[in-house]
Ligand binder design. Structure first.
Ligand SMILES: Cc1ncc(COP(=O)(O)O)c(C=O)c1O
Length: 375
C-alpha cells in the first residue's frame, strides 16, 4: 500500500506544511484510540504509564543514537531548554550564551531569562540567509558557557554548519545545545557523530505525532554535573518514593523531567517515530532532497525569489519564497487546497516523504497564478 494512503488529508488537500505540524497518519490516529482503550481497560495504570514513557524515551533514543538514560521526555522543547538552563551556573567567568539569529524565539527568550542569574546573551547576526562561520568564531571565547544553535532555521530553512560550530565551541571549552526541531525526521541525526552536548526537539513536525511531547538529550558524561532547579516526582531517582523531605534526582536524564507525563502524547510519539523509521531516515532525506530540488527549480524558473539558500547542503526540508503579501498568499493557496505557512515575509513550503512531484507541480502552478503576491 502506498504510504501516502496512510494520511487521509491527501484525499482532498496538498499538504506542504510539515514544518508546522506533520500530517496525521492512520497509525497516529490509532495510537490515540489505543490510549482511550487502555484508559477503559486499565483505569489509572500508573505503572503502565511509566512503561509508556519509557517506550517514548527509547523510541527517540533509537532515532538519534543516544542511550535511553541520556533522554528526558518533556512537554515542549521550551521545557527542555528551561530545565537545562536552570542547571547551568552563570556566576563565574564563563557566563556567556552564544545564540544565532536563526534561533526559534523560545530558545533565545529562555537564555535572556537567565540574565537575572548572571548570564550574558551574545547574538550572532545573520548575513542574509546564512551566518558566516567567522561570526561564530568572533562570538565564542573562554567566557562562553554554551553555544545554543538551531539545526535548521524555522524562518527561512537555512541549515547551519553544525560540525564546524561544534568544533569551534568545544575548542574554547564551551558546551553546545542543538535545537533540531526542524531537522528531526528529515535526515539521519546521530548525537554521537554530531558530538553535541545537548539536543532538543519535539514530535509535532516531521516526526508526525502531536503537540505536547518533546525531548532533551544530555550527553551521559555531563549528567552528574548538572543539577536542575526545576524538579518534581518524575525527576526523582525513584518516582514512587513519595519522599517529602528530600529532592533525590535521578542519575539519568530523567532528572530534567518534572510532573505527570503527557501520557496520551507518548502513544502518538511512539507511533510517529515508528512510522518515520519504517520509511527510513536515509530514504526520507533523499526524497526530501528531490522534492526541495524540484521546488527550487520551479520557483527559480518562473523568476520568483527564494529566501532559502539555493545550495542543497545549506538548507533543510523547508524552502521559503519571498512574498510581499504572504498572509494573503497562504490564504489563497489554502483556498486552492494547498496548505503552506509563513514567517516574516516568507512563504514556507515544507515537504515530507508523503509528498510527490504532482504536489510540487500544483504548488508551482498556483504560485504562477498568484505571482503578483510574490517579490
Ligand atoms: C526550531 C524550533 N524550535 C523550537 C520550537 C518550539 O518548541 P516548543 O513549542 O516545543 O517549545 C519550534 C516550533 O516551531 C521550532 O521550529
Amino acid at each position: 500500500m502506498d504510504i501516502r494512503n496512510h494520511f487521509p488529508i491527501f484525499r482532498d488537500k496538498i499538504y506542504l506544511n510539515s514544518c508546522s505540524q506533520g500530517a496525521l497518519s492512520d497509525e497516529v490516529r490509532q495510537s490515540y484510540s489505543d490510549y482511550l482503550r487502555d484508559w477503559d481497560e486499565k483505569g489509572a495504570p500508573w505503572e503502565y504509564w511509566v512503561e509508556r514513557m519509557e517506550a517514548a524515551r527509547a523510541a527517540f533514543a533509537g532515532l538519534v543514537n543516544a542511550d535511553s538514560s541520556e533522554v528526558a521526555v518533556t512537554t515542549s522543547a521550551s521545557a527542555g531548554v528551561s530545565t537545562l538552563a536552570s542547571a547551568l551556573d552563570f556566576t563565574g567567568e564563563r557566563n556567556e550564551v552564544v545564540v544565532s539569529d536563526f534561533e526559534f524565539p523560545t530558545v533565545a527568550q529562555i537564555w535572556h531569562a537567565q540574565e537575572v542569574r548572571g548570564a550574558k546573551v551574545v547574538h550572532v547576526a545573520a548575513a542574509g540567509n546564512s551566518i558566516p562561520l567567522s561570526r561564530f568564531a568572533d562570538a565564542i571565547d573562554e567566557h562562553t558557557a554554551i553555544v545554543s544553535i538551531t539545526h535548521v532555521c524555522f524562518r527561512n530553512g537555512a541549515k547551519l554548519d553544525i560540525p564546524a560550530i561544534v568544533e569551534l565551541a568545544h575548542s574554547k571549552g564551551a558546551l553546545v545545545l542543538l535545537d533540531s526541531y526542524q531537522a528531526l525526521g528529515t535526515m539521519p541525526i546521530d548525537v554521537k557523530k554530531l558530538n553535541v552536548d545537548f539536543l532538543v526537539g519535539g514530535v509535532l513536525k516531521y516526526l508526525l505525532a502531536s503537540a505536547g511531547l518533546a525531548y532533551l538529550y544530555v550527553r551521559k558524561e555531563l549528567l552528574s554535573t548538572l543539577n536542575p532547579t526545576t524538579a518534581g516526582w518524575f525527576s526523582q531517582a525513584n518516582i514512587f518514593a513519595m519522599d517529602i523531605y528530600h529532592n533525590t534526582p535521578s542519575p539519568s536524564a530523567r532528572r530534567f523531567e518534572s510532573g505527570t507525563p503527557p501520557v496520551p502524547n507518548t502513544y502518538a510519539a511512539v507511533a510517529g517515530i515508528k512510522l518515520v523509521q519504517s520509511v527510513g531516515v536515509e530514504n526520507i532525506e533523499r526524497k526530501i532532497a528531490d522534492l526541495t530540488g524540484a521546488i527550487k527549480e520551479g520557483v527559480m524558473q518562473r523568476g520568483f525569489n527564494l529566501a532559502s539558500p539555493v545550495d542543497p547542503a545549506k538548507h533543510g526540508a523547508m524552502i521559503t519564497v519571498r512574498s510581499h503579501k504572504v498572509d494573503l498568499l497562504v490564504k489563497w493557496l489554502e483556498r486552492d487546497g494547498i496548505i503552506t505557512s509563513s514567517r516574516d515575509n516568507n512563504l514556507r513550503i515544507s515537504p515530507h516523504f508523503y509528498n510527490d512531484q504532482h504536489d510540487v507541480d500544483c504548488l508551482i502552478d498556483a504560485l504562477s497564478k498568484y505571482k503578483d503576491l510574490l517579490v
